[in-house]
Design a protein around this ligand. Structure first.
Ligand SMILES: [Zn+2]
Length: 220
């Protein structure tokens, strides 16, 4: 009886992995996109008042230190490999109550012009991964009707004005009566989350909860 020689050819993915090993987005240590040491420094999300349009907002940690750096790497440095890791952290933070609750998972949208210039929507990547964990489809039912200036550096009041009326959810049939989990990278003042939740509710969503990777301290 002849037997084939037991040769394991390396897969393309393995070769790429050797050429470009995964490095921590914060400390550059080889092995994981957000290493255990950096993850161990993540502080708990602060208790904050939930914006009125939302049932709840859950965050995986405080927007500070290693978590802040990693979130910025996902958003601005094309570290899209972090989305899966962050989704798992968000899923754990939500706990068992999240599973079975959401009919739909919906990311906070970017305006199409920013989506093109960045090449991806970080909230969309998070929503896809969170949707897989929850067994609920991720849908891009929210649209940003106008490009809004970046929120960074604006006061809470200015942020609210900046995004007022900026979102709509035109697909009313799918949203009608649905429990929707809204997904974003950071909960800053809550102005964007509120506007998005209001747009979903206007289009018939029954309830909206939100989950973010990180949460800033309560704005003063
Ligand atoms: Zn690290």
């Amino acid at each position: 009886m002849s037997s084939k020689p037991d040769i394991h050819l390396p897969r393309v993915g393995d070769c790429l992995h050797l050429l470009h090993p995964v490095r921590c987005a914060v400390c550059s240590r080889v092995g994981a996109c957000f290493c255990g040491s950096c993850r161990a420094t993540v502080l708990p999300a602060p208790g904050r008042a939930c914006p009125s349009a939302l049932q709840s907002v859950t965050s995986a940690g405080l927007h500070h230190g290693s978590l802040r750096e990693a979130v910025l790497a996902l958003k601005y440095a094309r570290r899209v490999d972090l989305a899966g890791e962050f989704a798992e952290m968000a899923w754990i933070a939500m706990g068992a109550s999240a599973t079975g609750w959401a009919h739909l998972v919906c990311p906070v949208p970017l305006h199409w012009s920013r989506r093109i210039s960045r090449g991806y929507n970080q909230a969309g990547l998070l929503a896809e991964s969170i949707g897989r964990l929850l067994g609920a489809p991720s849908v891009s039912d929210l649209v940003r009707k106008r490009a809004t200036p970046r929120q960074v550096g604006l006061s809470a009041l200015a942020r609210r004005d900046n995004v007022r009326g900026a979102f709509a959810a035109p697909n009313t049939t799918r949203l009608r009566g649905a429990r929707v989990l809204l997904v974003d990278d950071v909960w800053t003042t809550g102005a964007t989350l509120s506007e998005c939740a209001e747009a979903l509710l206007r289009s018939g969503a029954a309830e909206v909860r939100a989950v973010t990777v990180s949460c800033a301290p309560e704005p003063r």
